[in-house]
Ligand binder design. Structure first.
Ligand SMILES: Nc1ncnc2c1ncn2[C@@H]1O[C@H](COP(=O)(O)OP(=O)(O)OP(=O)(O)O)[C@@H](O)[C@H]1O
Length: 338
């Protein structure tokens, strides 16, 4: 077996975990695990566990082991990773050692949070384990030359966390993290429905609404103007059908969208003037699944008056960056750490 085949990259996100093995094998799964309440043994991971969410009886519990981009439940995260790696790499026994493993971590994490990730990946007994900061991996994934002295301004809107970073000479010069991301928009929808339509809706309904009809700008209209949803009436407890117009979602999203725009402006303000010129000429680079929400790129552009380049596949940018970095580790090893 060729050496690079046993290299693994791990992007353990709030919503999605992306694993790659070697150069071509990739697995994307929701970051969810179903555990037996009594024994804590795994009853399903990824899509299978997500499909059980909200429907289980007392014998099972559905756990999302990540919160705001870091491990909140180490045991569940370790079990979830073990099961997902088995799916990715079925021919390899758990006892055989891997070559190199690299995992991405938000720049703003504490040592304790990083230690949890090290423990979770340590179970695979690879020859070497590495960590890399997410904004660096995202920039590499977007084919940017992070080693040059020209500044690269990255905005990564994940599920639970938005990271904004200015990169130069393979390091992070300015940084802001914000606990707002794709999931905040779902929470906004749920809150709006509670207040304005007096119904409670499920997480899945909120996500469907966001994907099908969500926009943060009236000038970026979704394919359909309105959408019918079913929720639970506050007063009667009986299921109720409501028609929602996309304008309502623009209103619901306005605060979270403004928080992201304000954080971007704040980070631009603290950038050293030597690098501001680079950002002016190059524009800023946008990635993360949350960045796919309609109108976000446009409202950023309108507010900062700079070009905003949205990655072509923002859900996998960090994973792609790690794969590139591990495959050319001589060039990138300075950005890896243990
Ligand atoms: N087409 C889309 N429109 C709007 N939002 C989307 C779209 N596709 C995915 N998302 C959102 O992207 C988010 C997940 O993005 P991503 O996978 O980058 O985050 P993550 O890595 O799991 O989270 P984090 O980086 O915070 O740990 C979810 O909130 C999801 O709803």
């Amino acid at each position: 077996m060729k050496k690079e085949k046993s290299n693994i990259t791990i992007d353990l996100g709030n919503n999605n975990t992306i694993l790659t093995q070697g150069l071509s094998n990739m697995l994307t799964a929701p970051s969810v695990i179903a555990l037996e309440s009594k024994t804590q043994s795994c009853r399903g991971v990824g899509r299978a566990a997500l499909d059980m969410e909200g429907k289980v009886n007392g014998k099972l519990k559905i756990v999302r082991p990540l919160k705001t981009g870091v491990i909140a439940d180490l045991d569940a995260a370790s079990k979830m990773l073990k099961e997902l790696i088995k799916t990715l790499y079925p021919e390899k026994s758990f006892l055989t050692s891997y070559n190199e493993i690299i995992a991405a971590v938000p720049y703003g994490t504490t040592e304790v949070e990083r230690r949890a990730l090290r423990v979770a990946i340590g179970q695979f007994k690879a020859r070497r384990n590495w960590l890399i900061y997410e904004p660096l991996a995202a920039a590499i994934g977007m084919q940017l030359d992070v080693s040059e002295p020209e500044g690269k301004f990255i905005i990564d809107i994940g599920g639970g966390l938005t990271e904004i970073a200015l990169i130069s000479l393979s390091g992070i010069v300015s940084y802001t993290a914000l606990r707002v991301g794709g999931d905040s928009f779902n929470a906004d929808i749920k809150q709006y429905m509670e207040r304005h339509h007096l119904i409670t809706i499920s997480d899945k309904t909120a996500e469907d609404l966001k994907l099908n009809m969500g926009t943060v700008s009236l000038s970026v209209a979704p394919p359909h103007e309105s959408y019918i949803i079913v929720g639970k009436d506050h007063l009667t407890g009986i299921p109720k059908r409501v028609e929602i117009h996309y304008r309502e979602l623009v209103a619901a999203f306005s605060q979270s969208a403004s928080k992201i725009v304000e954080a971007v402006i704040r980070t631009l303000e603290i950038c050293p003037p030597e690098l501001s010129g680079d950002i002016y000429y190059q524009g800023v680079y946008l990635t993360g699944g949350g960045a796919l929400l309609r109108g976000l790129r446009e409202i950023l552009e309108n507010n900062i008056k700079l070009e905003v380049h949205l990655d072509e596949d923002p859900l996998s940018t960090v994973s792609r960056g790690m794969r590139i970095a591990l495959a050319s580790s001589k060039a990138y090893k300075g950005m890896f750490f243990k």
